[in-house]
Design a protein around this ligand. Structure first.
Ligand SMILES: Cc1cc2nc3c(=O)[nH]c(=O)nc-3n(C[C@H](O)[C@H](O)[C@H](O)COP(=O)(O)OP(=O)(O)OC[C@H]3O[C@@H](n4cnc5c(N)ncnc54)[C@H](O)[C@@H]3O)c2cc1C
Length: 434
């Protein structure tokens, strides 16, 4: 099945049009094939290119490289998370393992942007876990204890301070963490495409249709060609399940986001001219809201079970209305027609929010499923799965492999029914925060 994306994503539309796009049109033999050219696949390709300068490395994507979730996300490079799954972070040791991985992810992205001098609007401004509900103070105080035990700088803020910092009096309580970076997700992934090593060949608009292992060679079928490869890395994230990879451990979820045009001087004054900020919800289904450095407001307030291959225009329009309401709740003075674009993107989830990082056969590897932390963790996992697939070792791999492993999911239709019911319940609990 073909992936049909809307072409409305503001982050993608900010970038220059790419030229020299190659589609697979013949049969090829190679040493390495990577499926999926987002943060994970591109980072794996970069690392393989460095480790094996004389080997043939191919990376394919079903659409234009980087234009999946990697360009469509909200741009929070996180050091800590409060709502990263259907389970809460009760267990300190597990939370520490998770945040150690986040830290390694941030370090990997930092190293990449330093080495290649990447401008991706990097801003180490921290983030706010915010709520309009005063009773959510209890959740934040509990979270604060966890963060204190692990040495994360943070503080609780209340309505007046929040109004000054965010320009809205919608929020009554927030936990601000100093760690956490805001960036332009599209610029970051574009830099990963532009800096691919010379021995890596990229084929776009080339969807892997099926694959088969024949002793030590893997045959990969595309519409216009066959690739025979010695090793393969699956980095298709939300589409892993549809390729039959770890199908009993991951499932796709569709998120939708909207972005306004830049606020005028007058509108910006009306919200108190705050600096760039990023808010994450206290309740799992609440809204992510961000003010960018060029004064645009981004909101993401939907997460749902939907066909990952297509979101129709009328479906997208309905979600856009929800996002307009979300913006108006926070900034009633802004005009009704301020949203410039609305887009959807696919993330991959596991039952216990743990990521996938694995050798699934001798020559078949997979990395993915990061929920809302794929900028850092995807970049890290991409590099590290390339190292693992090259039979090498690293301290990072030890850290990654010490995490809790994803747990088994029930089969369909029970899975979809269960996830839908959970999402409805979480949406109800977060109804004031959407
Ligand atoms: C709206 C939204 C907001 C988000 N916010 C954040 C955030 O603030 N911070 C954060 O860290 N993360 C966030 N995420 C999650 C983050 O974007 C992902 O975790 C990350 O992009 C995963 O990167 P990836 O390279 O593994 O996958 P992707 O970027 O999804 O790339 C996978 C690629 O595989 C390709 N593919 C699929 N099937 C095939 C096939 N058969 N053949 C060839 N190619 C194929 C796809 O076309 C796609 O380009 C958000 C996601 C969304 C959608």
């Amino acid at each position: 099945m073909e992936i049909i994306n809307d072409n409305k994503c503001s982050w993608i539309n900010d970038l220059s049009l790419r030229t020299n796009i190659k589609k697979l049109s013949s049969n090829i033999n190679c040493e390495w094939l990577i499926v999926g050219a987002g943060y994970t696949g591109l980072s794996a390709a970069r690392k393989l290119g460095q480790l094996h300068p004389n080997q043939k490395i191919i990376i394919v994507d079903a659409q234009l490289a980087g234009e999946g979730a990697s360009s469509r996300n909200s741009g929070y490079l996180v050091d800590t998370t409060l709502n990263d799954g259907f389970t809460s972070n009760k267990d300190l040791e597990n939370y520490k393992k998770k945040s150690d991985i986040y830290k390694l992810g941030i370090d990997t992205v930092k190293k990449f942007i330093k080495e290649y001098q990447v401008d991706c609007d990097w801003n180490e401004c921290g983030k706010y876990f915010s709520s309009s509900k005063k009773e959510d103070q209890k959740i934040l105080e509990k979270f604060s204890k966890t963060l204190s035990k692990l040495g994360f700088e943070h503080n609780l803020l209340f309505n007046k301070d929040l109004k000054k910092r965010l320009g809205t009096d919608f929020y009554n309580i927030a936990l601000y963490t100093e760690g956490g970076i805001l960036l332009h997700p599209g610029k970051l992934v574009r830099a990963m495409i532009d800096t691919l090593p010379d021995n890596v060949k990229l084929f776009e608009n080339s969807s892997l249709l099926n694959w088969k292992r024949n002793s030590d060679i893997i045959d990969c079928k595309f519409k216009n060609g066959l690739i025979k490869t010695r090793k393969i890395i699956f980095a298709a994230n939300g589409f892993l399940k549809s390729l039959g990879i770890k199908a009993s451990y991951n499932f796709p979820i569709t998120l939708t986001a909207s972005m306004t045009r830049p606020l005028t001087d007058e509108e910006f004054k009306s919200i108190g001219e705050p600096r760039e900020w990023g808010v994450l919800p206290v309740r799992p289904m609440g809204a992510t809201v961000r003010l960018t450095k060029d004064r645009r407001i981004l909101i993401r307030n939907t997460a749902e079970v939907h066909n990952p291959y297509e979101m129709s225009k009328s479906d997208l329009d309905k979600r856009s209305i929800k996002q307009k309401i979300g913006i108006k709740k926070r900034f009633p003075q802004l005009p009704d027609d301020i949203i410039q674009s609305t887009w959807s993107g696919i993330v991959s989830r596991t039952r216990n929010s743990s990521q996938i990082f694995e050798k699934i056969h001798n020559n078949v590897f997979v990395a993915g499923c990061y929920n809302g932390s794929g900028i850092g963790v995807g970049t890290l996992f991409g590099e590290q799965i390339a190292i693992k697939a090259s039979n090498e070792h690293s301290k990072e791999i030890e850290n990654i492999e010490a995490r809790n492993k994803p747990t088994w999911l029930p089969p369909q239709p029970f899975l979809n029914l269960g996830v839908k019911a959970r999402l409805i319940y979480e949406r109800f609990r977060a109804r004031s925060e959407i």
